[in-house]
Design a protein around this ligand. Sequence first.
Ligand SMILES: Cc1cc2nc3c(=O)[nH]c(=O)nc-3n(C[C@H](O)[C@H](O)[C@H](O)COP(=O)(O)O)c2cc1C
Length: 317
Amino acid sequence: MVTFSQNPCLIMAPMVDLSHEAYRDLVRSFGGCDLFYSEMLNSRILPSEKPGESLYLKWHDTKELILQILGNDPDLMKNAAEKLLNVNPWGIDINMGCWLKKITVHGWGLALMKDINLAQKVVESVRGAIKVPLSVKIRIGYSLDKSYLLDFVSMLEGSGVDFIVLHGRTALDGLNRPARWEYIAFVKEHLKIPVIGNGDIKSARDALSLLQQTSCDGVMVGRQALRQPWIFRDIKAALNEEPLQDPPDLKEVMITLTYLLEKYFSPIIAVKRFKVAFPWLAENLVFGHYLVKEIGRLHSMDDIRLKIEKTFADGIT
Ligand SMILES: Cc1cc2nc3c(=O)[nH]c(=O)nc-3n(C[C@H](O)[C@H](O)[C@H](O)COP(=O)(O)O)c2cc1C
């Protein structure tokens, strides 16, 4: 049985192009969370990536990191998991939740929830190859079919998965329809292994509500941790019934991210990644869309910093 360092366990979600060391360090600068996920790593591409060299495998912080693999071939998935053990992750996750057509068209991600037999083979193959904790991140599925969902999660439990992350949406729900937390409660009620609830946590109060309404063992936060990298500090305070701190100085948060990206990535990649992350932080500003547009035109981090400093100094926020 897996043991989390904290109960409930607070986890930052996997997010493509955003789940990197720099963002994790930004979250850590506010006290961090208990576990982080990497973005999805394609099991077909992983064999040619070199740990310690590849952009995706250069992490210094793997002791609290779960590496997420994507694919549907049991052997490739096993090889990918074995390769990732070289960087000593806290755990490995199998992505069975990505609903995007460019992923499911290959039979990967959420598509595996349609094929319970193949999903089982993938899980058993990876399970047999690793001793570190194994999670599977799923959605409710393709429809609101509780009986199929129960069969599926029972299969995961029976195949040796240590815990499940359930994003409370179907394929059709995309990312917009409110998450259906009642399905998280349903799955939690029926499984012995821990269940982590995910979907629509926008505040510390939401995290508490999800925990109370579902009795789940932890919460995973995605988009709101991009907008507010300090959200886990707030959730911890709420869990301890302590008053929440004031939000940090947003300009400082943005500037800190520029330096963290420069610490870990080449100048070109750092700027690219800043442009992916920045729109989320800018959602905190009334005129954030203006700054996003302006920053989109810049090519160096120094210029980006100057632009941010000037915009805040001019009060166009
Ligand atoms: C930009 C972006 C990238 C994502 N990439 C992944 C991914 O690589 N793997 C995955 O399992 N989920 C991915 N997701 C889904 C999130 O992990 C999470 O399940 C979803 O955003 C719902 O949680 P939230 O309401 O807290 O954002 C991504 C979501 C977003 C917005």
